[in-house]
Design a protein around this ligand. Structure first.
Ligand SMILES: [Zn+2]
Length: 226
């Protein structure tokens, strides 16, 4: 056994060294852990960067295709609906014997529909061609902002207004000759309520087999728009 005294003399020094060693080691360990963590983060970032780089072209391609398809769809639907509105109305007025009185109106709107369709088609073609080589989503979107990305989309508004005008013209022509034609506009927006009239919109909804919008629904809509 070592004498007790010998031990006591050396003890504080040993302990102090041990402590210093421990502290130094802890600091090193912490630094090491920090570095490892940073490296792991870097590796993680690098992993996702590489993954994104690899997958971005696919996403971008799908994004461009989706935008183009949406534009073409709005344009096709707008054109088809407008033609259908025109055909339904002209048939109805023809049955009233007003074939000659609607000839010019129909011709005018047929031209307007073609012109609008081709105009938007050219704009979509331009967007497709111009964004083909772009590799930023935002830049691609910019070409579609005015067409349909924005809330006040030009395409939807334009087609809506053409359909509304077709109905207004045919309703008024029928009225001029003492006939009643409600049109086939089922839209209950503020614009249509003013231009076409609530009664006609209700009738058009009923004629097409839709449930007739209640007065309160119109009124709610009017209130919201104010
Ligand atoms: Zn409307």
């Amino acid at each position: 056994m070592t004498p007790k005294g010998h031990f006591e003399i050396n003890w504080p020094l040993k302990q102090e060294k041990k402590k210093q060693y421990y502290v130094a080691n802890q600091t090193k360990l912490k630094e090491y852990q920090k570095k490892r963590y940073a490296k792991a983060l870097d590796e993680k970032d690098a992993y996702w960067d590489a993954k994104w780089k690899e997958e971005k072209p696919q996403f971008l391609k799908a994004w461009k295709e989706k935008k183009e398809a949406k534009g073409r769809d709005i344009n096709n639907t707008g054109m088809e609906f407008s033609k259908r509105n025109l055909q339904t109305g002209s048939k109805q007025l023809k049955s009233f014997g007003l074939e000659n009185d609607t000839k010019d109106i129909i011709k005018h709107f047929e031209g307007k529909i073609d012109e609008t369709y081709n105009n938007f088609k050219a704009k979509i073609d331009h967007a497709v061609n111009s964004s083909r080589d772009l590799d930023e989503f935002d830049k691609v979107d910019e070409f579609y902002d005015d067409l349909f990305n924005n809330k006040s989309s030009t395409m939807r508004t334009t087609w809506h207004d053409i359909q509304m005008s077709i109905n207004v013209e045919l309703i008024q022509t029928a009225r001029k000759f003492g006939k009643k034609y409600p049109g086939c506009m089922t839209c209950i927006c503020y614009k249509c309520q003013i231009a076409i009239g609530v009664k006609n919109i209700k009738k058009a909804n009923a004629n097409l087999g839709y449930s007739i919008p209640s007065n309160s629904r119109f009124e709610d809509h009017m209130r919201r728009k104010k």
